[in-house]
Design a protein around this ligand. Structure first.
Ligand code: 5AD
Ligand code: SF4
Length: 472
């Protein structure tokens, strides 16, 4: 078993990993090996899986959609809520028969769940057929770890405690044709009292502006039209670097890159949304008029206990400021119900803030205690049944508001970036408005990747239907 705890990750690793890729290439050449990656959780994880897929493609593996056909099965896990973890345990358990059927098959588990040492230990003990376990901080070392797993009869485990320097130039196999994700920073410094993310993703580390801009330039040259900048809290981009170059500077520079038509980003912590950023959003034509601004709760008592560092008044004033600068901006949010100690009055404050802001969309969650976070230790946990009832009440309110907001679009003509064919409807294309509304409409596939005008004919809570009116 391997353990490189406390070893710094350096840029030397970049070149080193290329050597392991070459080694693996020779070893698997001509064997026609296939991989299958299962991803849980947020966009950050999906993008990490694109990097794992990129490394595997370079080695010579090809992708298969069928787990049973894969010579390498990789689970990229999430631990933000308990149900994601339970699904991983169930699905890893089910792999035992695959391993028995083909002992040469490699089974790997990585991602946020593995950064918790007790979880990695549990996986190793409960599922001894797993070949490889690694965390988020050493994702780029996957080629080396895979080589070790291929040569070992034991589970290869490598979990790094510290995050080390940002590693650039990891091969990436992007799954989307029109839109690409670009991580601009890793980690989080906020320590919201319910959240495991800072514990598994480490402290904030911004990528260098030149590296980000070069990556986006390349994406533009490859034909990508939209990019989404990713980070746990993109609003604090650059604060960990010496240069006076912050998120609003980055947005303005990306706005100048030819070929890129739309810029999105997520997530924004309300406490760090600066006036400079609001101004940059309003002034940069390519920056989409959509802001994901998690509120989490409406009660000041609960916001304080969550360590969110703002009040409901601050949040509402911020929303007003944002809407003053960009009157048509769409707002979305994350809300947690049933945080420890939340009483009926606190919950009603959450309903009230949702009513006041009138979100275009919202992700609502039952509070899930996460081991190692302060909120999980509290004794005043809200009973499960009460949490569920509150979530149902909140969802009903939100769905109604989202429906009303979508109905405001009826008859209007919107610019839509065509993303691809609809998943389940023949001859129907799907795309998004600048404000992140999903629009489905009839059209031919050559429109994919272009910006077209669509008249909205029907509204649902989470999407719109339309018809093409003009093709630019
Ligand atoms: N329980 C429920 N929801 C959580 N989130 C983060 N941690 C928890 C938890 N322990 C939610 C927050 C965050 C989103 C990504 O996940 O709303 O914004
Ligand atoms: Fe978690 Fe809060 Fe950081 Fe978001 S800002 S990742 S909720 S600790």
């Amino acid at each position: 078993m391997l353990n490189r705890e406390h070893m710094p990750v350096s840029s030397q690793d970049e070149g080193e990993q290329q050597l392991y890729i070459e080694d693996l290439k020779n070893r698997i050449y001509g064997k026609g090996l296939k991989y299958h990656i299962v991803t849980y959780g947020c966009q950050m994880n999906v993008h990490d899986s694109e990097k794992l897929a990129g490394m595997l493609s370079e080695i010579g593996y090809t992708e298969t959609g069928r787990q049973q056909d894969a010579d390498l099965i990789l689970f990229n896990t999430c631990c933000v809520r308990e149900n994601a973890e339970l699904r991983v345990y169930g699905n890893v358990g089910a792999l035992k028969s695959y391993k028995q059927a083909n002992p040469n098959r490699i089974i790997g588990i990585c991602g946020c769940m593995m950064q918790q040492s007790e979880v990695a230990d549990y996986i190793r003990q409960t599922f001894p057929f797993v070949d490889l376990i690694f965390g988020t901080h050493n994702l780029h070392r996957f080629p080396q770890l895979l080589l070790q797993a291929l040569d070992s009869n034991h589970t290869v485990v490598e979990i790094l405690d510290s995050e080390g320097a940002v590693v650039e130039h990891v091969p990436t196999k992007r799954t989307q044709g029109v839109s690409a994700w670009v991580t601009i920073m890793y980690g989080c410094n906020n320590f919201c009292s319910y959240c495991i993310v800072p514990h598994v993703r480490g402290r904030e580390r911004s990528r260098r502006p030149a590296d980000i801009l070069a990556e986006i330039q390349k994406l533009a040259e490859a034909g990508y039209k939209e990019i989404t900048l990713l980070g746990q809290n993109v609003n604090s981009y650059g604060k960990d670097m010496d240069e006076q170059y912050l998120f609003h500077n980055l947005l303005r520079d990306i706005n100048e890159i030819e070929g890129i038509q739309r810029i999105r980003f997520m997530t924004s912590h309300p406490k760090d949304l600066s006036d400079d950023l609001i101004r940059a959003m309003a002034e940069c034509k390519k920056v989409c008029k959509h802001l994901h601004l998690p509120v989490q709760a409406g009660s000041d008592r609960i916001l304080h206990a969550m360590n969110r560092k703002y009040s409901s008044k601050y949040y509402l004033d911020l929303v007003e400021k944002v809407r003053k600068a960009m009157p048509d901006i769409a707002l979305s949010t994350d809300i947690i119900v049933g945080f420890p100690g939340e009483n009926e009055e606190d919950f009603e404050a959450t309903l009230r803030i949702a009513e006041k802001v009138r979100y275009d969309s919202a992700f609502t969650f039952l509070y899930s205690p996460r081991k190692g976070t302060p909120a999980a230790k509290r004794r005043d946990q809200v009973p499960a049944e009460q949490k569920k009832q509150r979530l149902a009440r909140l969802n009903e309110l939100i769905n109604g508001i989202c429906m009303e907001k979508n109905q405001e679009h009826l008859g209007k003509i919107k610019e839509v970036l065509v993303e691809g064919p609809s998943k389940n409807r023949k001859d129907v294309l799907t795309g998004r408005t600048d404000t992140n509304k999903i629009v489905n409409f009839k059209g031919s596939p050559e429109l994919i990747g272009s910006l077209i005008m669509v008249r909205i004919t029907e509204a649902h809570s989470w999407s719109l239907e339309g018809e093409i009116v003009k093709n630019d």
